[in-house]
Ligand binder design. Structure first.
Ligand code: GLN
Length: 457
């Protein structure tokens, strides 16, 4: 399909699936002509800054915000010849797992319009699944690329933390936030990864050039073993797993066995604490990050004659946050207050270190960041991406949310890798079915991970 015909098709696709928060209308002819790279068309999650489109984070508080600059990832993509066709819908500020907490209304799943497409990178997943984009960027803090990829039967890759610049990516929980890639095949994922996998001095958490060099050596050592050793954590074998997902996962394991891969049961006891650790740390970081939306620095006030002297001004402006974001701010600030800090926040940080240490013991290679000594020699970890198929949009919108924990449970398989900063990819093993296999490996072994996917899926 030519770029011009893609752009002509966007309004129809938008009506059908509600993918975009804004999109390209009339590209200058020169742009179309210059878009000659093999990967032409991409869509960008609307919490990643772009100067050609507004950056709203799907929040009322940023509804009219436009960034004066492009984020590093967007600059790199443009330089490589990609055309950005629009910004995509999301759960407000990346908080959610179903694509429902957004001021633009839910994105529909291209596999079945009645289903949630998953979140928080809902529009980015749907852009690729609907065929309107060759690739898209999302952000993954606890699973927001991998879960919607599984729900819409495409590839969703969260690289190692620090490999992709976060400069210009609106912070949700900065110790976890990672830019991720959606595509319909692993070759496109890997092409986009190589374009944006660069050290960036403007991002203080960007992986240093020296450590990047040591990763090249490590990736070379991967070549020495013709077949990676695979581990399946027994803690991930959940009785709540939907039968069809279990069956698909078992079929994948069977194909690996027939290809002579060695598969071992492994144990990572601390990952059972992952959800509680994540939902203590991520809201605390979010509460701190979101304090900049005060109607003065960022965010809008409601009144034309603002009452700056009294607290009303601040209250008015902050009332523009959606309910889920408000919940996180309250929870986060509670865990940063004196008792909550000692009893919960510090404890959660300690448990996070334990989770990282346990992953490090399992893998063959040393983690270049922690330098922990390995005790086993596993290369690849496997588990499902999602516990259940995507829920129906109507049911989720109409049922009163008595228990937000139910939505939080969707991230049970993805959060452990986020806490440890590991690369992880959701792969659609059962073609066209809304579930994925999640494949992960030691920190920094992103190339080996993609190679394994190419060889086995
Ligand atoms: N669903 C998780 C949350 O709401 C993860 C979100 C994400 O990865 N951005 O926090």
């Amino acid at each position: 399909m030519s770029v011009k015909s893609i752009i002509t098709k966007i309004p129809t696709i938008q009506k059908e699936f509600n993918i975009f928060t804004s999109y390209i209308k009339n590209p200058p002819d020169a742009t179309v002509e210059n878009t000659q790279s093999s990967i032409k068309v991409g869509a960008i999650k609307d919490n990643i800054a772009t100067k050609d489109f507004p950056t709203t984070c799907a929040s009322d508080i940023l509804k009219n915000y436009s960034s004066p600059f492009d984020s590093t990832v967007v600059s790199l993509l443009k330089k490589s010849g990609a055309l950005i066709i629009g910004k995509t819908n999301l759960d407000e500020f990346g908080m959610g797992s179903l694509g429902l907490h957004t001021t633009f209304g839910p994105t529909k799943n291209p596999l079945n319009k009645d289903w949630c497409v998953g979140g928080s990178s809902s529009g980015s997943a749907a852009a690729v699944a609907s065929g309107i984009a060759d690739f898209s960027l999302g952000t993954d803090t606890g699973g927001s690329v991998r879960l919607p990829a599984a729900y819409s039967a495409i590839y969703g890759f969260k690289p190692s933390y620090g490999r992709i610049s976060r400069w210009g990516v609106v912070a949700f929980a900065q110790s976890l936030d990672t830019v991720g890639i959606f595509a319909n095949n692993i070759d496109t994922v890997s092409k986009i990864f190589h374009i944006i996998d660069q050290h960036d001095p403007r991002d203080p958490t960007s992986l240093s050039i020296d450590l990047r060099k040591s990763l090249i050596d490590q990736n070379k050592k991967n070549e020495e073993r013709s077949k990676p050793k695979i581990g399946i954590p027994k803690e991930f074998v959940q009785s709540e797993l939907a039968p069809e997902i279990k069956e698909s996962f078992m079929t994948y394991i069977q194909t690996l066995l027939t290809k002579d891969y060695e598969i071992y049961p492994i144990s990572l006891p601390s990952i059972k604490d992952s959800l509680s650790v994540y939902y203590t740390l991520a809201p605390a970081e979010a509460a701190s990050n979101l304090s900049r939306y005060d109607g003065i620095r960022y965010g809008k006030g409601n009144s034309t004659t603002p009452d700056i002297v009294n607290a009303n001004f601040y209250n008015e402006s902050r009332s523009n946050f959606g309910q889920e974001v408000k919940n996180r701010i309250i929870l986060g600030n509670y865990n940063l207050c004196s008792d909550g800090y000692r009893n919960n926040f510090i404890k959660a940080q300690q448990l996070r270190v334990q989770i990282i240490n346990q992953f490090d013991k399992i893998f063959r290679f040393k983690n270049v960041l922690t330098k922990n000594e390995p005790e086993h020699d596993i290369d690849i970890i496997l588990c499902p991406t999602n516990l259940n198929p995507p829920p129906p949009i109507n049911y989720m919108v109409q049922t009163p949310k008595s228990n937000p924990l139910q939505e939080y449970m969707n991230d049970i398989f993805t959060i452990p890798m986020s806490l440890a900063g590991l690369p992880a990819i959701s792969v659609p093993f059962s073609k066209g079915k809304p579930y994925g296999v999640q494949i992960s490996t030691q920190y920094g072994n992103d190339e080996a991970l993609m190679k394994f996917v190419k060889e086995t899926v």
